[in-house]
Design a protein around this ligand. Structure first.
Ligand code: ZN
Length: 487
């Protein structure tokens, strides 16, 4: 082969590669969701807003110490629900789970069809003492102004509970009869571990042989300007949630006076271990859930990103490195490592007998507790450091985003919120849903409201609020979803 021929083959090879990259990029177009026909509904925005406002005024605050709980606020809220939604209580059966969680059963005409479960929680997190005056309106006043309903729980998650109760009321008034049984839950302890609420529902459903086809609970939202590179609104319907694991790392040593240290102290040895661990991130992957997510998002990104994602076979390493640079991108890609607590000697001039550290991990569905412990032990590679599990568990199962339940949720979200990009996503925090996977085949996590960057600080924070328009759209979402799912 002459030099000329070699150059010609190289150029030809490059041109073919370029053609492949371009063809893949240009044919990388958004997947469409079947859009069905929905009957129009007219809703009373001021009445729905007034109901959310009233719900916010019950201080159903979950506190870590049970002695600090004001259970009277919870029972008062339940009484208010009965008075405010009489049609729901007349038509549906209500099961009180551990007294404070409400589980409504709307019996379907065909009981051989598997039911669906829609769930939200009415407990809220406390307002951090000292921040009350930072709120534009008092956190439990339930102020409704021209555009918004203000207060703790308007985003997380009383708006979902009220939206579902409003939807049920409208459907009962219309004389709607579901073919498939619908369960609607309002749980009371999501913010402190879901043991009695969602946990109690799971026990009840197991005892009564109820296996929902799918569940829908809180999760992500319709996100505006929150996904870098995507200007369209994105409805992230989350199909999994990350696990949570605390590991304790410990080093024992002889102690003694700090004026005569011998080699590294227990604190020094442990510091090196933590350093090595942080320099050994867990493996990332663009396969599975994360890949499915970017398959939906990337077609809406600028050309260069689109080209990269359309050709993951060639660029996956580059994409993963780039995504890992941001905290949010990194959390999507892999199990995260966060050393959070460290203790050593009790006094400045005493050598430590023990040094210990707690490292918090958020487990990606690709990893298990066992594989993380193994990774940590290898990364530290020092037998003086012991690794023990304090508490935690693996990520949830990954639900199927081609299942009809996901497709119905997606189609209704598009109907209500306009041309949004729908993607399966990953919830980074823990929710009631991780319990529902014991009973329901598929578990989806989505709130049918549209949020912007300025709304994000309201979650568990200050100035939580929801627009009236969003509250009305959420109600319509639940109406259309219940009708579609039930038939
Ligand atoms: Zn929540």
């Amino acid at each position: 082969m002459t030099i000329k021929n070699i150059i010609i083959s190289l150029v030809l090879g490059l041109l073919i590669l370029l053609a492949i990259l371009l063809i893949r990029t240009l044919s990388f177009s958004p997947q469409s969701v079947d859009s069905e026909q929905y009957e129009p509904v007219s809703l009373n925005a001021s009445q729905i807003s007034a109901h959310l406002s009233q719900a916010v005024q019950f201080q159903t605050v979950s506190k870590q110490n049970p002695a600090d709980m004001d259970y009277a606020a919870f029972t008062a809220f339940i009484d208010w629900v009965a008075v405010t939604y009489p049609e729901v209580h007349a038509e549906l059966e209500l099961v009180r789970i551990n007294d404070l969680t409400l589980l409504y059963k709307w019996k379907g005409q065909n009981e051989s069809l598997p039911p669906v479960l829609l769930s939200g929680h009415y407990d809220v997190v406390p307002v951090i003492p000292g921040t009350e005056s930072d709120w534009a309106h008092a956190p439990y006043a339930g102020v409704v102004d021209e555009t918004h309903i203000w207060g703790r729980g308007t985003l997380d998650d009383k708006s979902a509970v009220i939206g579902m109760l409003e939807a049920l009321t409208v459907l009962v008034q219309q004389g709607f009869k579901p073919r498939r049984t619908i369960y609607v839950a309002a749980t009371h302890d999501e913010e402190i571990g879901s043991v009695k609420g969602a946990g109690g529902i799971v026990d009840w459903m197991k005892a009564n042989d109820v296996t929902p086809m799918w569940s829908l609970d809180e999760g992500s939202f319709v996100l505006n300007g929150l996904i870098p590179g995507v200007s369209k609104p994105v409805a992230s319907i989350n199909v999994a949630e990350k696990g949570y694991l605390n590991l304790e790392l410990k080093v024992a040593s002889e102690g003694g006076h700090s004026s005569m240290p011998k080699g590294h102290t227990a604190v020094g040895i442990l510091s090196t271990a933590i350093h090595n661990l942080q320099n050994s991130p867990l493996a990332s992957s663009l396969d599975g859930l994360t890949g499915n997510m970017f398959d939906q998002l990337a077609p809406h990104m600028p050309f260069v990103q689109k080209l990269l994602f359309a050709n993951k076979w060639l660029f996956s390493g580059l994409i993963e490195a780039k995504l890992s640079e941001s905290a949010a991108g990194n959390a999507m890609l892999r199990t995260t490592i966060a050393p959070t607590m460290f203790s050593g000697s009790i006094k400045a001039n005493i050598l430590p007998i023990n040094a210990s550290a707690i490292v918090n991990f958020r487990l990606h569905p690709n990893d298990s507790v066992e594989s993380v412990v193994e990774h940590v032990t290898l990364a530290i590679n020092d037998e003086r450091v012991s690794v023990s599990i304090m508490q935690g568990g693996s990520a949830s199962q990954v639900s199927d985003h081609s299942h009809e339940g996901f497709q119905q949720i997606a189609a209704v979200a598009k109907h209500v919120h306009g041309p949004v990009v729908v993607t399966p996503g990953l919830t980074i925090a823990a929710t009631d849903s991780r319990r529902y996977e014991e009973i329901a085949t598929e578990n989806y996590r989505f709130n049918p409201m549209s949020i912007h960057p300025e709304d994000v600080k309201g979650f568990h924070g200050t100035n939580e609020r929801l627009s009236i328009d969003n509250m009305v759209k959420a109600t319509e979402f639940y109406i259309q979803l219940m009708k579609t799912a039930a038939n």
